[in-house]
Design a protein around this ligand. Structure first.
Ligand code: PGA
Length: 255
């Protein structure tokens, strides 16, 4: 039985004070929510402060990226070890905004993924097609390529502990959510690829989040699909009540 996981991707939002306040609001609404894993992913600059607010409550800390080297002349980058010392347990990798704006490729996502795994950070690996790719019928092919290349040289045991986030690019920050049927169909095909790359156990155990304009009023119908194991939430994670409502939607029994 997969435990749903809901993660807030704060992106490049929140000054130190705002981040602390948001973290406090989330802890107030959600500490003690059992049956769903909850993660917040603030920007690097506030990881420490948010970790202090989270203390030993159940809400976990994640980062939005890492570099594959342990250290070195990589201006502007942050290593897995640095994230661990800030208290991170999770790290988002290969987000489509990184791919679109910062030159991330399947190869660099794979390098980052392997670095995260060797540091025992839990990766949330993002995949998803653009609108043009969906309209030309290439969704399955694109997602298959991203998963296959992203997980190259990753063992079955390591893969089983990863989270995949299916985030259609056209649905991110646009208010255009994938329908539960569209999302479920891609999630099913991601499990098929994992079965081909690894085995039945990995395909069954990997949690696959949906991301892209998830809001309190559409979360439940997405999360009740059998292959959707929670969500990666952008805009709606910046406000404690809407994030809490989405987390609670992940607690609903599957249909
Ligand atoms: P959104 O972002 O919820 O604002 O669409 C999701 C994401 O980019 O992870």
């Amino acid at each position: 039985m997969r435990v749903p996981i809901v993660a807030g991707n704060w992106k490049m939002h929140m000054s130190s004070g705002e981040a602390e306040q948001l973290a406090r609001g989330i802890v107030g609404s959600l500490d003690g929510a059992a049956g769903v894993e909850i993660v917040v992913c603030p920007s690097f600059t506030v990881l420490d402060r948010v970790r202090n607010v989270l203390g030993d409550c159940l809400v976990k800390l994640g980062a939005q990226n890492l570099h594959w080297a342990d250290e070195g002349a990589f201006t502007g980058e942050v290593s897995a070890g640095m994230l661990l010392t800030c208290g991170c347990e999770y790290v988002i990798l290969g987000h489509s905004e990184r791919r679109a704006w910062f030159g991330e490729t399947d190869t660099t996502v794979n390098q980052r993924l392997r670095a995260a795994l060797s540091a025992a950070l839990k990766p949330i690996v993002c995949v998803g097609e653009t609108l043009e790719e969906r309209q030309s019928g290439a969704t399955e092919r694109v997602v298959r390529r991203q998963v296959t290349a992203g997980f190259a040289n990753v063992s079955a045991t390591e893969a089983a502990g990863c989270v995949v986030a299916y985030e259609p690019v056209w649905a991110i920050g646009t208010g255009m959510t994938a329908t539960p049927l569209q999302a479920e169909s891609v999630h099913t095909s991601i499990r098929r690829v994992l079965r081909e790359l690894y085995n039945d156990n990995v395909a069954r155990d990997v949690r696959i989040q949906y991301g892209g304009s998830v809001k309190p009023d559409n979360a439940a119908e997405l999360f009740t699909r059998p292959n959707i194991d929670g969500g990666l939430i952008g805009g709606a994670s910046l406000e404690p009540d809407s994030f809490a409502a989405i987390v609670k939607a992940a607690l609903q029994p599957e249909i």
